[in-house]
Design a protein around this ligand. Structure first.
Ligand SMILES: Cc1ncc(C[n+]2csc(CCOP(=O)(O)OP(=O)(O)O)c2C)c(N)n1
Ligand SMILES: [Mg+2]
Length: 416
């Protein structure tokens, strides 16, 4: 089951803005089960229905005693829906606080995923713990949902000694082997052939690993996109490509990015299914991802899933989107916020309430503020760690550089 929703003692902390509409006032929660939602997804070529779960694979989410227990109005297993909602709200809270810290000069750079939480978390929650994630730019918090602790996650942005990658990566690029998630590449599209390579390795080994390979819409213009999809199609590797179509690649809109009607249809050129879903609809993403992951695990090859969503904020803390896009477009998408949508559906389904929501928001804000304080207090990484982890045994020329660097720092410290 999802972690119980606790009452926060930190009532003084300001909660993030609660959805205004009362659950009762909100109609039209889709009551269709996951399979029906998948059928509604615009499929270029519908993948075959998934069969029974792969033998031996441990489901990430425990089922309730009744098996496929579904929230009435949600179309997801209850525990998945609640854990997903918590994860979505948690990263929204983190993003709001970190953007503020950046403006306060406490961190150098930050990239938020605001508005896109369902488009990747509802897919990642369908994975087994042994599966891998190759993120693009905005999927970092799948790590948190899969069990990575918050303090080292935030310490990565501060780049200090509490960061598992020892402050050597650009801020907002976390990674950890403990949860099978690699770093953002930052070079657009490079993660795609790498993900295909990892999936191919799994196939050669004969294990049941599936790889989720995320990309933004911008990555579909990169040569690596075509290389990766072609190879994956020919070798039928167990990879699911997920394109988060958030309508913008910094200042380039969809119209400037592709002449195709959809991104999903590009899969047809490589001989595997492409499926487009509403990326702000958690149940639709979950259903389509579950099916694509099952297909990959059965050895039937890749799927390209396009999750249509919207980047509500700036490209990064270094960007000013008002210079290239119309506020009316942003306002229209604000009405389709994925967190508010899932909140309404959870309430409609009898799983959630305004009171529980307020308590969760207070709890998460207190947790995030405490974690920020702990992460910010971390010491600088030791200078010699700069040379760790690339080589099993440091080659002579790097040993020389390290010794020279440390001697120079020691001289500096001694005031020489
Ligand atoms: C190969 C390469 N070209 C250009 C850039 C500069 N750049 C950084 S992010 C970005 C846009 C990415 O857009 P998209 O893939 O849609 O992801 P989003 O930011 O929307 O999540 C570009 C062009 C880069 N990092 N790498
Ligand atoms: Mg984009």
């Amino acid at each position: 089951m999802a972690k119980a929703v606790g009452r926060s003692k930190a009532a003084k902390a300001q909660p993030a803005a609660a959805p205004k509409a009362k659950a009762a006032a909100v109609a039209k929660a889709t009551k269709a089960p996951a399979a029906a939602v998948a059928a509604k997804a615009k499929a270029v070529k519908a993948p075959p229905a998934p069969k029974a779960k792969t033998a031996g694979a441990q489901p990430m989410m425990a089922k309730t005693a009744r098996g496929a227990d579904r929230a009435k109005g949600v179309g997801l297993p209850d525990d998945v829906a609640l854990r997903l909602y918590r994860s979505m709200l948690r990263i929204r809270t983190v993003d709001e606080r970190m953007m503020t810290l950046q403006r306060q000069g406490r961190i150098g750079f930050y990239g938020a995923c605001t508005g896109q939480e369902a488009a990747y978390l509802a897919a990642a929650i369908a994975l087994e713990p042994s599966d891998w994630i190759f993120p693009a730019l905005r999927e970092s918090s799948a790590m948190l949902m899969r069990g990575f602790p918050l303090v080292p996650y935030l310490a990565q942005v501060f780049g200090n000694a509490l960061d598992e990658t020892k402050g050597r990566q650009m801020p907002s690029h976390p990674a950890s082997r403990s949860v099978n998630q690699v770093s953002w590449g930052s070079c657009i599209g490079t993660q795609l052939p790498q993900a295909v390579g990892a999936a191919w390795a799994a196939k050669l080994r004969g294990d049941s690993t599936v790889v989720l390979a995320f990309m933004g819409d911008g990555a579909t213009s990169a040569a690596d996109f075509h290389t990766a999809l072609n190879f994956a199609g020919v070798f039928k590797v167990p990879v699911v490509f997920i394109c988060q179509n958030n309508h913008w690649a910094i200042s380039i809109s969809t119209k400037g990015q592709t002449a195709s009607e959809t991104y999903a249809m590009k899969a047809a050129a490589y001989g595997f299914p492409g499926v487009k879903v509403d990326g702000n609809d958690a149940k639709a993403v979950y259903a389509a991802a579950t099916e694509a992951i099952a297909r990959a695990r059965r050895g039937e090859g890749p799927t390209l899933l396009e999750c249509e969503t919207y980047r509500m904020g700036a490209h990064s803390s270094s960007d000013d989107p008002s210079r290239y896009r119309d506020q009316a477009e942003v306002d229209a998408w604000a009405k389709r916020d994925p967190i508010q949508a899932l909140f309404r559906e959870l309430c409609e389904g009898g799983l959630w309430s305004e009171e529980k929501d307020k308590a969760l928001r207070d709890e998460l804000l207190a947790e995030v503020n405490e974690a920020i304080a702990a992460a910010e207090a971390g010491p600088d990484p030791e200078p010699e760690t700069l040379f760790d982890d690339v080589f099993g045994e440091l080659p002579w020329h790097l040993r020389e550089q390290r010794d020279e660097c440390l001697a120079s720092l020691a001289r500096e410290k001694a005031g020489a």
